[in-house]
Design a protein around this ligand. Structure first.
Ligand code: SF4
Length: 250
C-alpha cells in the first residue's frame, strides 16, 4: 500500500475511541482547506510502499490499547483492494475497522461493505461542494451524486457514521439547509454523530490554498448555533462542536 505513515495510538481520530491510525496516499479531490494535501498528492518524499503484513504487525503490537484501526488519507478507497486485505486481517484480530473517506467512490465502498469489512465510517459533509471539492463544476456534480449514493450504502447497512461538517465563513445557514435536505433521506439520524468542525488555517495548519483559507477558514458563532438548532430540528441528537483556539465570535 502507498502510505504516509501511522500512529500506533491516537485519541483524536475516532470520536470517543482510541485508534491505530493509518494515513494512505492519493486523493481524487482538491479541497482548498486540505492540510494533508502533500499526502493527497502522493508526494514521494512522504509516501512509501508498505506491505499490508507490516501494518498488521504494528497493529498487533497496539492491539490492547485500541478499539479501532482507523484508515484515513488522502482517500483510502483509491487503494480499496489493499484496504480490503488490511480490513480482513484486522477483523481476524478482533479489532474494529473505521474508514475515513470522502465517499465519492461508491462502488469501492460497496465492495468493502458487502464483505462486512467496515464497522464505522467518518466523512466530511463538504458544503457547498462546488467550493470545497476544488474541482470543476462538472466533476463536482458527478462526485456529489456519488457521495449521496455512498451515504445510502452506509445507511442501508446500518453502519455508524461520523459526519464532520467543515465550517467556513462562506457557509450560511440557508446554504447549509439546502444541502442538508439533499442528504437527509440518505442518513440514519440515530446512528449518525455530527461533528461541527471550524476550519483552521495558518499557522495552526498548512492548507493547500493558504489564500483561500485566509479568506474563508473559521466560522461565526451565530451561524454555528443556528446550524446546531437546524440539525436538532431534523432529528439529530448527537452533535459535537470541535473546540478550536481563537474561535471567532460574531
Ligand atoms: S478529500 Fe480529504 S484528503 Fe482529499 S483533498 Fe479533500 S481534505 Fe484532502
Amino acid at each position: 500500500m502507498l502510505v504516509a505513515g501511522w500512529k500506533n495510538v491516537s485519541l483524536i481520530d475516532v470520536l470517543g475511541h482510541p485508534s491505530f491510525t493509518l494515513w494512505t496516499c492519493l486523493c481524487n479531490l482538491k479541497c482548498p482547506f486540505c492540510h494533508n494535501w502533500r499526502i493527497a498528492n502522493g508526494d514521494t518524499s512522504i509516501c512509501k510502499h508498505v506491505e499490508v503484513e507490516k501494518i498488521i504487525e504494528e497493529l498487533e503490537a497496539s492491539r490492547i490499547l485500541i478499539d479501532y484501526l482507523h484508515v484515513t488519507g488522502g482517500e483510502p478507497l483509491i487503494q480499496f483492494i489493499e484496504i480490503s486485505d488490511l480490513f480482513m486481517e484486522t477483523g481476524e484480530l478482533s479489532i474494529k475497522r473505521s474508514l475515513n473517506s470522502n465517499l465519492t467512490l461508491p462502488k469501492q465502498l460497496k465492495y468493502l461493505v458487502e464483505k462486512n469489512l467496515v464497522d464505522h465510517v467518518a466523512t466530511d459533509l463538504k458544503i457547498p461542494p462546488i467550493e470545497l471539492f476544488g474541482l470543476s463544476r462538472e466533476a463536482t456534480l458527478i462526485l456529489w451524486r456519488n457521495f449521496l449514493e455512498s451515504l445510502k450504502i452506509i445507511k442501508d447497512h446500518d453502519i455508524p457514521l461520523e459526519l464532520r461538517v467543515p465550517l467556513h465563513k462562506k457557509l450560511t445557514v440557508a446554504v447549509f439547509s439546502v444541502h442538508l435536505d439533499e442528504v437527509l433521506s440518505n442518513l440514519n439520524t440515530s446512528t449518525t454523530t455530527i461533528l461541527l468542525n471550524p476550519l483552521l488555517g495558518e499557522p495552526l495548519t498548512n492548507p493547500r490554498n493558504p489564500d483561500w483559507c485566509r479568506e474563508n477558514c473559521g466560522a461565526q458563532e451565530e451561524v454555528l448555533n443556528n446550524i446546531v438548532d437546524l440539525l436538532r430540528s431534523k432529528g439529530f441528537s448527537r452533535i459535537v462542536v470541535k473546540s478550536i483556539p481563537g474561535f471567532q465570535k460574531s
